[in-house]
Write a protein that binds this ligand. Structure first.
Ligand SMILES: Cc1cc2nc3c(=O)[nH]c(=O)nc-3n(C[C@H](O)[C@H](O)[C@H](O)COP(=O)(O)O)c2cc1C
Length: 321
């Protein structure tokens, strides 16, 4: 039996349009995590937030909104608002490594002060009206911080603890510390979800075998590169060139319905940066797609990709060397 696959939130990529078109074309994703919303003093959902979390934007799929804040009152306001919109589960972002975020003590910046984090968690777990999961890194500067952080999480009814086993300083570089994840499986009774460098269906199978006790797997870049990853892992159709082409064409159409052409092309370039990894010898055409700033240049380059490049045997994301 395979584990549930969760789609990771990627700000600027896995927006509501992506989620809707993805779920119409491919199966296998148990939960789609929505990139973070970040409540401010005004305590209102911006139109950008609403385009992400409004229930009609996520109709027919299990979506989990994510909140980025260090302020417990702001978190609880967001929790109540999302509960009123019909959500039963939200996620706390304790992993974003961006300097502008961590400088304010948010995202992975929360991990730099465990006692402050404890006050925050005391408050939100006492008062939140719905299930709260946490997506966390394993430390701010050092992996050695994780023992204390995990012990802290263990004091709360964390719905699911999603671990991306890198420190803040590591961003997405190097290999995730799977030894620390393995230790966490031993040290906590919280339900653990693993996230990090699961780029193909066979990566997921190998992980599932190596780390029994894992509740679910979360994949980000892998699922964007190979949108059939989750269904293939579950034993359904692997990726075909035709299915991939139909998906990226539909996605472009959906963006063009919502945005001016240059914005739609910008969104597609982000997706295609990942998708081109699935093809053999595609570096030239990948560069043409990256540089395409007008619709005709973009569609020409994508047509070249599908007409002249071969899908790799194990299509998935390939990180830069
Ligand atoms: C461009 C980009 C945007 C991201 N946005 C978010 C976000 O909004 N919230 C979050 O928790 N993680 C975010 N992440 C992290 C991913 O959810 C995920 O943890 C990361 O890509 C590692 O998983 P992967 O190896 O499966 O891609 C982002 C990552 C990237 C590269």
């Amino acid at each position: 039996m395979s584990l549930p696959i969760y789609a990771a939130p990627l700000e600027g990529v896995t927006d509501a349009v992506f989620r809707r078109v993805h779920s119409a074309h491919f199966s296998g994703v148990a939960k789609y995590f929505i990139p973070f919303i970040s409540p401010t003093q005004n305590l209102c959902l911006t139109s950008r937030d609403l385009s992400a979390v409004a229930p009609e934007q996520n109709a027919g799929l299990y979506a989990v909104p994510q909140v980025l804040t260090r302020n417990a009152d702001h978190f609880l306001w967001a929790a109540r608002t999302l509960f009123d919109l019909g959500y039963g589960e939200i996620n706390l972002n304790a992993g974003c490594p961006s300097g502008t975020v961590t400088a304010k003590g948010k995202g992975a910046g929360m991990l730099a002060g465990v006692s402050t984090l404890a006050f925050f968690l005391d408050d939100i777990y006492a008062k939140a009206p719905l299930k709260v999961s946490i997506k966390t890194r394993i430390g701010y500067t050092s992996t050695e911080e994780f023992g204390r952080i995990l012990e802290l999480y263990g004091r709360y009814p964390v719905h699911e603890l999603i671990i991306h086993p890198r420190t803040r300083g590591e961003f997405y570089k190097g290999k995730p510390h799977r030894d620390i994840y393995a230790q966490a499986l031993k040290d906590t009774s919280l339900p653990l979800v693993y996230n990090g460098d699961l780029f193909t269906a066979s990566d997921c199978r190998a992980f599932e075998t190596a780390f029994p006790g894992t509740r679910a797997l979360m994949t980000g870049r892998g699922l964007i590169a190979n949108p059939a990853l989750a269904q293939e892992y579950e034993g359904a159709e692997p990726l075909s060139r035709e299915a991939l082409r139909a998906f990226v064409e539909d996605l472009l159409r959906a963006y063009l319905e919502r945005y001016p052409a240059h914005v739609a092309v910008g969104r597609m370039r982000e997706v295609m940066k990942h998708v081109t990894c699935c093809f053999e010898d595609a570096s030239k055409v990948a560069k043409a797609i990256r540089k395409a700033d007008k619709l005709p240049a973009y569609t020409d380059a994508v047509a070249r990709l599908f007409d002249s490049c071969v899908l790799r045997a194990q299509p998935g994301f390939v990180p830069e060397a």
